[in-house]
Design a binder for this molecule. Structure first.
Ligand code: GAR
Length: 193
């Protein structure tokens, strides 16, 4: 067992999760120990299988109560949790149980375009509707409120007026893939005990 064990929460496609799996495959101190999802059809499950990472599916109701994931042995053994396109609010049981040990990525420059209901393409639609000239990514610690934890990293990209929502999504995803695994590694290894 490596010194640090990361549990990855994802609800959908899982392209960020896969970047994380690949990045930590040969890391000396950090391993991806478990993938958790509320969606039994999530693409992330197949991606985890490719990397032989154990998975666990729970329902929205089980997650809201919090006990399901907290009682899970492997989640207790994991030292850190990373959200990668995870759409449910993290319950207080988890945020209280793992202070400064849960990280999230958001596909915009928080505090703009964050909060309940702001995820995935909806974020890019809102950015486009607001005629923003720049967008980007925010990597932040998770607390009991949507998108309000301490910001750890942001980087931006410009958007032209003619760019479609899909083009904005592709640009932002490329930034996410380029930075999220590295920021996770730095966050874990630089944290105080
Ligand atoms: C990513 O863009 C991530 O930032 C976003 O969902 C997408 C998941 O893509 N997360 C949120 O909007 C959270 N509020 P992926 O499944 O391909 O990694």
């Amino acid at each position: 067992m490596k010194k640090f064990r990361l549990a990855v929460f994802a609800s959908g496609n899982g392209s960020n999760a896969e970047e994380i799996f690949s990045f930590f495959q040969r890391h000396p101190a950090i391993e991806v120990a478990l993938v958790l999802t509320n969606n039994s059809n999530a693409g992330v499950l197949e991606r985890a299988e490719k990397y032989s990472i154990p998975t666990h599916v729970f329902t929205r109701e089980q997650f809201a109560k919090g006990t399901e994931v907290v009682d899970l042995q492997r989640i207790r053994e994991s030292t850190h949790k990373a959200l990668a396109g995870f759409l449910l609010l993290i319950s207080k049981v988890l945020t209280d149980g793992y202070p400064h040990r849960i990280i999230n990525i958001h596909p915009a420059l928080l505090p703009k375009f964050g909060g309940k209901g702001m995820y995935g393409m909806r974020v890019h639609e809102a950015v486009k509707a607001a005629n923003e000239k720049v967008t980007g990514i925010t990597i932040h610690e998770v607390n009991e409120k949507y998108d309000e934890g301490k910001v750890l990293f942001q980087t931006l990209c410009s958007i032209d007026a003619h760019e479609s929502i899909e083009q904005i999504n592709r640009k932002v995803l490329a930034l996410e893939h380029a930075h999220y695994p590295r920021v996770i590694a730095e966050w874990i290894t630089s944290a105080k005990a």
